[in-house]
Design a protein around this ligand. Structure first.
Ligand code: 4AD
Ligand code: MG
Length: 479
């Protein structure tokens, strides 16, 4: 008989039919009730055993963490919590799990700290929380491809190994096949990269944007969705050394179009999760609510996870310029009371305490900040007429901070060449990027969404290490 998945049995299994279900045992109570999960849904199917009918030695092997196949008839459930259950007729042990060993793992059914779960990232998929997070992560990835495909964008695969470091978005990881102990040297003692695999120094990419622009200036609308790498030593709950980024790039778009696209994109993802991940979301909502109860009243979230998602879906993002934001910060209570750690004045790079004030206190909704000082943003952002600011935009989310960074791009060849000079970027390094501005250059714009930060927002997880299967952070590349 063909195996049915738990989700199929629970959603449209008909009472009286024979089924085979395979999965991992979550619990086996009273030698009678097996909770079986196969990852197709957060819900378990209950399999009911009449122990008189089975060999004791076999029943002993049905333990938390073991894998089994059960065959039986689907019957209406007597107990609360599920509509149907399986009246077991046959049991096959597929994989044993030694109960003494399970004791020391995250599979042991009790509350574990997220830190402990992280140490067992190879097993944490077996828990409800991480099952929910990674099913949602998948759904969001799918929604992103669907959003762009439905709107005529092309998915462009930009390189992961790159020779350009022009973006300046972060420190890079060197990729080399040279012998680290005895590399070939130049006469002056420096490493001779001409003898390296690519004949020059190369790194892991920090962003696919520059290449995406090349694609957009012919294909019209493209997006990338791939891993990016930053070797900063930032050990925060929002930074990974390896993370995934989505970077759309659109010819003929200006900054306003770019903001509109970002806002509709982020709302689409939120709506998709609300509509398609109901069970997992309900679980995470409940999980967060329970956790909130352990906190002092004034540290609790004002809204539940689901309420926050609905709020973002239904309300316009607040749009304002960097200059307006600085004015608001200068007027703010924490500034006047000297409560900010970092000083506020026009020209500073906003610190997360400033961003959080704007998003969480001043507006209490997602915020799009635009038109930042040229000095604190990348060379490719389009110079505004005031000569001081560029057509940049950052999207800030409550509880997350910066989730999107983007801009209209500098399409004017002469201005861009000047910018390269000012940022000390050599033309030999970036000649291919500059060339697009020689042949039919047009206004264009794009942005980058940090995939994991978006997953944090839609799952309510507060540490970025808990929304990627195997996090890479300073001093940590286990699994
Ligand atoms: O703001 P960033 O550095 O922008 C770029 O890389 C541009 N090339 C994007 C573009 O215009 N096409 O990064 C974009 C987003 C950030 O807003 C943040 O959400 C995420 O990527 N991000 C990180 N996420 C996790 N760990 C890190 N170390 C991150 N650095 C950036
Ligand atoms: Mg940024």
């Amino acid at each position: 008989m063909k195996r049915s998945k738990v989700i199929e049995v629970l959603t449209d299994g008909s009472v009286g039919s024979k089924v085979v279900v395979k999965g991992w045992v979550r619990a086996f109570r009273s030698n009678r009730f097996i909770q079986l999960n196969d990852g197709s849904t957060i819900k378990n199917i209950q399999a009911v055993v009449d122990f008189e009918n089975f060999d004791e030695a076999l029943l002993k092997r049905i333990t938390t963490g073991s894998a089994i196949a059960v065959t039986g008839e689907l019957v209406e459930s007597q107990g609360a919590g599920q509509a149907v259950e399986i009246q077991v007729e046959g049991i096959e042990i597929l994989g044993d799990a030694n109960p003494d060993e399970v004791q020391r793992t995250v599979m042991q059914p009790k509350r574990h700290s997220l830190e402990f779960l992280r140490e067992q990232a190879h097993l944490r998929f077996r828990t409800n929380t991480f099952g929910a997070v990674f099913r949602i992560r998948h759904a969001v990835a799918y929604a992103i491809h669907k959003f762009f495909n439905d709107r005529g964008f092309y998915y462009l695969h930009t390189p992961i190994v790159t020779g350009s470091d022009a973006e300046g978005a972060g420190e890079m990881f060197r990729v080399t096949t040279l012998d680290p102990i005895n590399p070939p040297l130049n006469e002056d003692g420096s490493v001779n990269y001409k003898e390296d695999f690519f004949g020059k120094p190369v790194n892991l990419t920090v962003s696919g944007q520059l290449e995406a622009e090349l694609g957009a200036l012919a294909l019209g609308q493209v997006y990338t969705f791939g891993p990016t790498f930053r070797a900063e030593n930032s050990n925060t709950s929002r930074h990974l050394a390896e993370f995934w980024m989505i970077e759309p790039e659109v010819a003929f778009n200006d900054l306003k179009d770019n903001m509109d696209l970002t806002e509709s994109f982020l709302k689409y993802i939120v709506d998709y999760v609300l509509e398609n991940c109901k069970d997992d979301l309900a679980f995470l909502n409940e999980r967060e609510a329970n956790e909130q109860k352990t906190k002092p009243q004034n540290e609790r979230n004002e809204m539940s996870l689901i309420e926050r998602l609905e709020f973002v879906s239904k309300n316009d993002f607040k749009r304002l310029t960097y200059t307006e934001a600085i004015d608001l910060l200068l007027q703010s209570k924490p500034y006047k009371k000297g409560q900010f750690k970092f000083d506020v004045k026009w020209g500073i790079d906003l610190q997360s305490e400033h961003e959080r004030y704007l998003v969480e206190k001043e507006f209490n909704c997602p915020v799009i900040l635009t038109d930042y000082p040229a000095e604190i943003k990348a060379f490719y952002m389009r110079q505004n007429d005031d000569g001081k600011t560029v057509a940049a935009m950052d999207v800030l989310f409550p509880g997350i901070g910066e989730i999107v960074g983007g801009s209209q791009r500098e399409e004017r060849f002469d201005v861009l060449k000047e910018k390269c000079k000012a940022f000390d970027i050599h033309e030999e390094e970036i000649w291919w990027y500059l060339e697009t501005r020689k042949f039919g250059t047009v206004p264009h714009a794009g942005f980058g969404l940090g995939f994991e930060r978006m997953i944090m927002f839609v799952t309510g997880m507060t540490n970025i290490r808990d929304v990627i299967p195997f996090p890479r952070t300073p001093q940590n590349a286990e699994f």
